[in-house]
Design a protein around this ligand. Structure first.
Ligand SMILES: *[C@@H]1O[C@H](CO)[C@@H](O)[C@H](O)[C@H]1NC(C)=O
Ligand SMILES: *[C@@H]1O[C@H](CO)[C@@H](O)[C@H](O)[C@H]1NC(C)=O
Ligand SMILES: *[C@@H]1O[C@H](CO)[C@@H](O)[C@H](O)[C@H]1NC(C)=O
Length: 751
């Protein structure tokens, strides 16, 4: 509806093709760091309990430096500074009778009939509220946690066990979405064993429970709840609203489209106590609107309809946080997108026309008739009217509210399109958290996106053209889990600069920044465009907005090192190398830029010539991600090859390789030397000098010994390789030399 007419709801393949062609659909991270690399060099810490799965509920307690984790049969308290140490655990299994009942009901005793802790909230200074599936018998309890980390307390409060129906899901595969406001819990959940009665429910506290109208598909139609937030509407607490984010089957979709799932934002008033004569103990202020996340196109929009997660980024004004969301597609192609919404756009949709359908044979249209007063969706308060309770609402208001929960207009993302998207990347976004960072040239939002393959993407939002349009830049791809598990939950501590990530198999902790990994040059640090990092004159290091001006070499907006790093004398030394090849054979000149977004430019200067030319891309040369392969070598290939990393128009020389192509006679002489060589040759430099004297009598000294010298062997040589990070989609050393490979792998020079 609105922009989402039925015909346009299915993504056009032509459009998808255009997306892919445009190259805007798949970004490469600048850095990709493996689990092993993160663990060895970047302080990745992990936590897991023996024989315990499903770390799904994460609760941050910044004040006391604790991270609470809900998992299978356990609640755990960890240190926020280091989750690998000092775990305190509370075992909370489901009673045997419940597990047996669960098993009789046809569920799996080992994987389903357990107490999966789904929900953790800070209740007061000494207690948490925790709820779990209790082997398809939802249960809640207060957990005593003490005031401080040092206090060795983590236990179920005596006599506090109570029914968790309407709070925790029954089924471990379902998510719990809830928020605790004061003593009251607002939750979106399936409230029955069969998973058919879906409800938005208020429980606990002193007031009677309130819920949605049961089994009315206009209110909720097989929803999957994602997140719930409490957001003030004005200075008057009577106007406070609770916002629910979920996806559900679209009642408004044309029947021809089948079971179409759409994403929604729903609202209720915190002071809603239900109606007096009808809608008793049911919401009278419930409204919902479609959340659209789509790429506009000439032939129709491409929709990302599967809401996966929502993160509320607070602003100075408590009433207007930003809503960062991740969506995936549910059909045809694999794609994910980040869309950002403003609260004013959400509120505008709820103030717009109501969706109306006259009868089964009619279309959904904007309601044109008289809307009763007070307008449904408004909270009873002094701000907007004279009603003090929803029980005082006139009957026509209640009737209208019951029949018109859906708004006609959708909520569109800021800028009218996704901030960031990935199509055919091999993974789907599942979680998002966001940090607002002060950089030298303003504030930037840094997004951490969890995926279904155990990775976290770090993306920054940078202005594109005129504000408020922004685009996302993919800085890092971090493999935070060893086993590619789905990221199920994330929490961020801006204060401690740490990210906490949960999956089925473990919890991981990683710093928000790894400045040194960007490189050892000013240009690399600048090109990285990482708002957490700056060039301090000697290294790429943590950016401190309070530090002196001259220590702030950082340009997030443009990432242009030519101005920022000009006159920087700390440019790292060019790596120099000597390499030998033999006529007719092959050789490989290694050069691999740190940045996956850089491309490599090879230039060549023939021996005795001044001109420097670009190495052609075709013929006997092959450019690979790891370097340059030269085949069928000729004498005139001898010369100096220089490799430069080119990124955003900025070229940085990385290596200079002097290639010396030998003729067959020289190679033969070498082969004879090889046969008389002792099994363990002396040091490489000595070996090299001896060799030169043999092949070019008197010519050895001219090459100078100051360079880092290395004999070039064909690539099948059994030279030990330095440990390499795993790189998806990159094959190292797949090529073989074309000649003389049969001489055996033992020798140091068997071409
Ligand atoms: C975290 O704690 C573990 C276990 O005590 C310890 O081995 C590790 O070195 C700690 N890591 C850091 C970065 O402090
Ligand atoms: C916190 O709540 C629990 C459960 O209702 C109660 O037993 C405890 O006394 C409360 N603690 C404080 C400090 O209010
Ligand atoms: C590669 O380097 C040469 C020589 O420095 C230069 O003329 C050329 O423009 C560079 N190519 C690219 C794509 O940067």
């Amino acid at each position: 509806m609105g922009r989402a007419t039925a015909a346009a709801m299915i993504p056009g393949l032509a459009l998808l093709w255009a997306l892919l062609q445009g190259g805007a659909a798949l970004s490469t991270p600048r850095l990709r760091l493996s689990f092993q690399e993160l663990q060895a060099r970047h302080g990745l810490r992990t936590f897991r309990l023996e024989r315990t799965c499903c770390y799904e509920a994460l609760l941050l307690d910044e004040e006391h430096g604790r991270l609470f984790v809900g998992a299978e049969n356990h609640v755990v308290s960890l240190s926020l500074d280091n989750i690998s140490k000092r775990a305190k655990k509370l075992a909370w299994p489901a009673p045997v009778e419940w597990r047996e009942e669960c098993n009789w009901a046809g569920k799996d005793i080992g994987t389903e009939c357990m107490n999966f802790i789904k929900l953790l909230h800070i209740y007061n200074h000494t207690h948490l509220l925790a709820c779990g599936t209790g082997a398809f018998h939802p249960t809640c309890a207060f957990v005593e946690v003490g005031h401080r980390l040092e206090e060795p307390v983590l236990r179920l409060a005596l006599g506090s066990l109570e029914d968790g129906k309407g709070k925790s899901p029954y089924d471990p595969r379902h998510r719990a979405a809830s928020v605790l406001v004061g003593e009251e819990l607002y939750s979106g959940v399936a409230a029955d064993l069969m998973g058919r009665d879906f409800t938005i429910f208020r429980s606990l506290g002193q007031r009677p429970s309130v819920r949605t109208e049961p089994h009315d598909s206009r209110w909720l139609n097989e929803p999957k709840f994602i997140k719930v937030f409490w957001i003030p509407e004005s200075e008057n607490p009577d106007d406070d609203k609770i916002y629910f984010f979920f996806r559900e089957l679209a009642v408004e979709a044309a029947p021809a489209l089948g079971r179409l799932s759409l994403s929604r934002v729903g609202q209720i008033c915190r002071n809603d106590v239900g109606g007096q004569r009808s809608l008793v103990n049911k919401w009278t202020t419930f409204l919902k609107a479609r959340l659209v996340c789509s790429v506009p196109g000439i032939e129709g929009d491409t929709y990302f309809d599967h809401l996966q997660d929502v993160f509320l980024l607070p602003s100075k004004d408590r009433q207007s946080p930003l809503l960062y969301t991740v969506f995936s597609t549910s059909s045809i192609f694999q794609g994910s997108a980040v869309c950002v919404y403003s609260m004013s756009d959400v509120r505008r949709a709820f103030l717009g026309p109501f969706a109306h359908k006259e009868g089964p044979m009619h279309q959904w249209v904007p309601y044109q008739g008289r809307v009763p007063y007070p307008r449904p969706g408004m909270c009873p308060s002094k701000t907007f009217g004279t009603f003090s309770s929803t029980k005082d609402f006139p009957d026509d208001v209640i009737q209208f509210a019951r029949n018109h929960p859906l708004m006609y207009n959708s909520v569109l993302p800021m800028g009218g399109r996704p901030l960031f998207l990935q199509v055919s990347s091999g993974y789907t976004f599942t979680q998002i958290v966001v940090d607002r960072v002060a950089a030298a040239d303003g504030h930037y939002d840094v997004l951490f996106i969890g995926t279904d393959t155990g990775t976290v993407l770090k993306v920054i939002s940078v202005p594109k053209g005129s504000r408020p349009n922004s685009e996302g830049l993919l800085l890092e791809e971090l493999q935070v889990f060893e086993d590619s598990a789905v990221v199920t939950s994330m929490q961020i501590s801006s204060k401690r600069h740490q990210l906490y990530v949960a999956s089925k198999s473990a919890v991981a902790q990683i710093s928000l920044h790894r400045c040194a990994s960007h490189g050892r040059a000013c240009a690399e640090c600048c090109l990285a465009r990482d708002p957490y990092c700056a060039w301090d004159g000697a290294t790429c290091t943590r950016f401190q907005s309070s530090a002196k001006r001259r220590f702030r070499r950082q340009d997030i907006r443009n990432g242009d090192p030519s101005t920022l790093c000009s006159g920087d004398s700390s440019r790292p030394k060019l790596l120099e190398q000597k390499v030998f090849g033999v006529e007719g054979g092959s050789t490989f000149l290694e050069c691999e830029p740190r940045s996956l977004q850089a491309h490599v430019n090879w230039t060549f200067q023939r021996v005795g010539e001044a001109a420097r030319t670009q190495v052609p891309v075709e013929g006997r040369t092959e450019h690979t991600a790891q370097g340059l392969l030269l085949r069928r070598l000729r004498r005139q290939d001898s010369g100096v090859y220089q490799c430069a990393a080119v990124e955003q128009g900025f070229s940085q020389p990385l290596r200079r390789v002097a290639l010396h192509v030998l003729n067959a006679a020289q190679a033969e002489r070498l082969a004879r030397v090889e046969e008389t060589m002792p099994a363990a040759p002396p040091g490489p430099k000595l070996w090299y000098r001896d060799f030169l004297q043999l092949v070019e009598p008197g010519g050895g000294g001219g090459h100078g010994g100051a360079h880092s010298l290395r004999m070039c062997r064909p690539l099948s040589a059994s030279r030990p390789q330095p440990p390499e990070p795993q790189r998806k989609g990159r094959n190292r050393r797949t090529h073989v030399p074309e000649q003389r490979a049969e001489r055996g792998p033992r020798s140091a020079a068997h071409w």
